[in-house]
Ligand binder design. Structure first.
Ligand code: LMR
Length: 395
């Protein structure tokens, strides 16, 4: 069984974390996995989350199974959070899933059963795990142009042109906000154009919304998804509470399918439930119970909103600072795009050798595609960081 087995290729994001943990240099900076960090490098539990946990500890009387669909009140609250008033919630099939990745995988499995012949179109570039998730269920993937690394800008015209050649019934994966890894998002007019194109070409959007609230605001970050939900008959969405609730390790996500009517939504939920049952049986309860407690309580909700706003403002402040530091150190506005990006991530144009050099000589850990987690950069280190990157590029 095992004699001829070769080790798998390392996961580029997770392996970087392992290298960072093994590095004894005190000043090293981890810009790898997407975690929000405070100035001291810590990722504290949010106040509202702690309060909800206390409440659960005091009031919960059982650890009975939650069932393969998970907590239905949680899922209902997530539909409101993500879709707002864009659609009748009865049209949305939903299932609590173990994290955003769990939601993606359940939806991928659902698609593989319902539309096995479809190609899933992914943005180039995209999150390094997307292709593997669809490949794992046997779906074909292809890429559409999304972001020009050399010019640090969206390729919207090329995106539209490529999607016009997709076959009717194909699936188009879109990042709802805070595009991972580029931080470059579509604006409202572009979402509307895209909605028209998808409708005309009979393409089905699949929105991965893992950073709602990290870009412009909770409603603002869902605008693109809501435009699609208003204009298209069907849509899939994978939502994550890892980042906006800081519940990374608890694995809280929601798989959703907008159907043409409540009857089809019920069937879609039942189909997803069957997939969940064979994949992991039932989702973990604790994190979703925290989210539900917050979303259903006015005082906790208000506190969570203000905590989320503080995180967002801190990240946006870091982006401005970073762009300014690069401007001062380089005398050019080449890095001005960093100030205009949204969410945790942006890309630096660095070769693999330069990324390796950043790690070995400066203790700066950058993902192999050039992605940096802006939210992992201490403000006090931003100026040094900009100088180090410029030195690496000159070497
Ligand atoms: C990331 O891209 O860093 C996060 O989404 C965490 C992960 O699972 O890769």
């Amino acid at each position: 069984l095992l004699a001829a087995l070769q080790p798998p290729p390392a996961d580029p994001i997770l392996a970087l974390g392992g290298l960072f943990a093994a590095d004894p240099r005190p000043g090293r900076i981890d810009l790898g996995i997407g975690i929000y960090k405070d100035e001291a490098g810590a990722t504290p539990i949010m106040r509202s989350v702690k309060a909800a946990e206390h409440r659960l500890l005091d009031t919960r009387t059982t650890k009975r199974y939650v069932g393969a669909r998970g907590d239905r009140q949680f899922a209902a609250a997530m539909i409101d959070l993500v879709f707002g008033t864009a659609t009748d919630s009865g049209r949305v099939a939903s299932l609590q899933a173990p994290g955003g990745t769990g939601a993606l995988r359940v939806l991928a499995q659902f698609l593989a059963a319902v539309r096995p012949e479809a190609t899933v179109w992914l943005p180039d570039p995209t999150w390094l795990n997307h292709e593997a998730i669809f490949a794992a269920v046997g779906l074909k993937t292809a890429y559409y142009p999304y972001y020009d690394r050399e010019r640090s800008e969206l390729r919207f015209d090329a995106l539209c042109e490529r999607l016009r050649s997709a076959a009717p019934g194909d699936i188009v994966l879109l990042h709802g906000c805070c595009h991972n890894p580029s931080g470059a998002d579509l604006d409202e007019a572009q979402w509307r154009t895209l909605a028209g194109l998808l409708l005309e070409r009979d393409l089905i959007p699949f929105v991965d919304i893992a950073y709602q609230g990290f870009g412009r605001g909770l409603d603002e970050d869902a605008l693109g998804l809501r435009i699609l939900a208003e204009q298209l008959p069907e849509l899939l969405a994978a939502s994550s509470c890892s980042k906006n609730f800081g519940l990374y390790s608890e694995r809280v996500g929601c798989a959703m399918v907008l159907a043409r009517n409540p009857r089809e939504a019920e069937i879609a939920t039942a189909r997803m439930t069957v997939h969940a049952r064979t994949l992991y049986s039932m989702p973990p309860d604790h994190g979703a119970a925290i989210v539900r407690t917050i979303l259903e309580d006015d005082a906790l909700l208000t506190d969570w909103h203000s905590e989320l706003e503080a995180i967002r403002e801190d990240m946006n402040g870091k982006r401005l600072h970073l762009a300014k530091a690069f401007r001062q150190a380089s005398g050019t506005d080449e890095f001005g795009y960093l100030a205009h990006g949204f969410g945790m991530f942006s890309l630096l144009t660095l070769s693999p050798a330069q990324i390796e050099h950043a790690r070995s000589a400066f203790g700066i850990y950058i993902v192999e595609d050039g992605r940096i987690n802006v939210a992992g950069l201490p403000t006090s280190r931003i100026d040094d960081f900009a100088e180090a990157i410029l030195a690496i590029r000159k070497a």
